[in-house]
Ligand binder design. Structure first.
Ligand SMILES: *Cc1c(COP(=O)(O)O)cnc(C)c1O
Length: 406
């Protein structure tokens, strides 16, 4: 058997052709593939707008800027996520406040968030960043209600869940990142995620204002539309004496303005071409992930070494399939010896030295910490073959067999 990772990309000849075509075209960046990818992605997710950016972390950073995070602003998130979900608040000088997870779903527990909000005067917190962790959709309808009570915004970190959904109180499927409940949502196109572009990210929203703001922030804060220029007078036409440009139509074609401090967080057309090609197979990929999840669920239900597992949940996008097990370290090492490279998602963010330095400590998030003691992510990706999955399952069962005396 070849080494089996916990996740990996699948690249088809079609993907390769799409990239080659872009390499031979006029635009390697700032070309037509970006808009094409954005429109197709928004259509897939069901949001009005999408903004392609260089990676998921850049997407989070721009979201925090667009929503006004700055020193003194407090934002709530989960400790069981990739560190970027919290770090984006710190990039803007804001304060991260962790709230514990629900041990059943492994998601940010709305009851804990409510408790935090109730303990402080209204206005203490500005926003919430829930994460569709492992591909399981957060109930954003419930979070929206709570956020509205306290005047908070929501950024949905949907990196694990393109194509996932939750079912709302009206029995409608609400797809992750569709913008119906959160101001903004973000996705990543890192190769372990559902859609690979090498590196890449996407922001989705239904707000035209936020959309326009993000487009500008993505490219240095530069504005290129006549109607929005701030400089007036002969200056704007190159300081030619005697030429007045009080009228917007007088701006020459080269003219542009940097109106605020933005970044270069663009995605290239090469990456967009790959992402777009991959997007065409996204549903197929999720179906395969659900099959894999179903087989794991069957193999590991009613086993005495299993404390909990991802299970079968409607709308779950299965970026990860997680078991909570007894003697996790032993199992992890046993599988490594067989070239099965599982992963641990995640070491709780609040226990990272950087966040400990800011005052967080062991014991602050008891459910997240207990989850971390037992969790292990099994191989989960569309090209995992039935034989490979069988080998993974047999290897896990062998570790806990009576002969092995774990
Ligand atoms: C991958 C990931 C990110 C960051 O995405 P990058 O593209 O790697 O910057 C953020 N949040 C979560 C939950 C992720 O899994």
């Amino acid at each position: 058997m070849m080494p089996i990772p916990y996740g990996r990309q699948s690249i088809t000849d079609e993907d390769v052709q799409a990239v080659v075509q872009t390499l031979k075209s006029d635009y390697l960046t700032q070309g037509p593939k970006i808009k094409e990818f954005e429109e197709a992605f928004a259509a897939y997710i069901g949001s009005k707008y999408a903004v392609a950016v260089s990676n998921g972390t850049a997407a989070l950073h721009l979201n925090c800027i667009a929503l006004g995070v700055k020193p003194g602003v407090k934002v709530i998130t989960t400790p069981i996520t990739f560190a970027a979900s919290a770090n984006c608040v710190r990039y803007c000088g804001g304060e991260v406040v962790f709230a514990d997870i629900d041990p059943e779903t492994y998601l940010l527990d709305i009851a804990n968030v409510r408790e935090l909000l109730e303990k402080s005067p209204k206005g203490t917190y500005s926003g919430i960043i829930p994460v569709d962790f492992a591909g399981r959709a957060v109930d954003l309808e419930a979070f929206r209600k709570l956020a509205d009570e306290y005047g908070l915004w929501i950024i949905e970190d949907a990196c694990h869940a393109p194509g996932g959904f939750f079912v709302d109180s009206g029995k409608n499927q609400q797809s992750c990142g569709n913008g119906n409940y959160a101001e903004l949502a973000i996705f990543s196109f890192h190769p372990v995620k559902h859609i690979a572009a090498g590196e890449g990210g996407m922001i989705t929203t239904n707000s035209k204002d936020l959309y326009e703001k993000l487009l500008i922030l993505r490219t240095h804060g530069i504005v290129k539309e006549d109607l929005n220029y701030q400089n007036t007078g002969s200056f704007a036409v190159g300081m030619n004496p005697g030429i007045s440009s009080e009228e917007p139509t007088d701006y020459p074609a080269w003219y542009m303005e940097m109106q605020e401090l933005g970044y270069n967080y663009r995605l290239s057309d090469i990456q967009a071409a790959l992402g777009l090609s991959q997007l065409g197979r996204a549903e197929e990929g999720i179906e395969r992930r659900r099959e894999i999840a179903t087989r794991y669920q069957q193999a590991f239900s009613d086993r005495d070494f299993v404390l909990s597992q991802s299970g079968i949940v409607e709308g779950h996008a299965y970026h990860l399939y997680i078991l909570e097990v007894k003697d996790r370290l032993g199992l992890y090492n046993w599988l490594r010896e067989k070239s099965i490279y599982t992963q641990i998602h995640y070491i709780p963010t609040h226990l990272m030295p950087y966040y400990r330095e800011l005052g967080w400590k062991q014991g602050d998030m008891p459910f997240a910490e207990e989850y971390y003691r037992h969790c292990i992510s099994l191989p989960m990706y569309p090209t995992l073959s039935p034989d490979e999955q069988g080998f993974v399952i047999d290897s896990v069962l062998a570790y806990y067999s009576e002969e092995n005396q774990y």
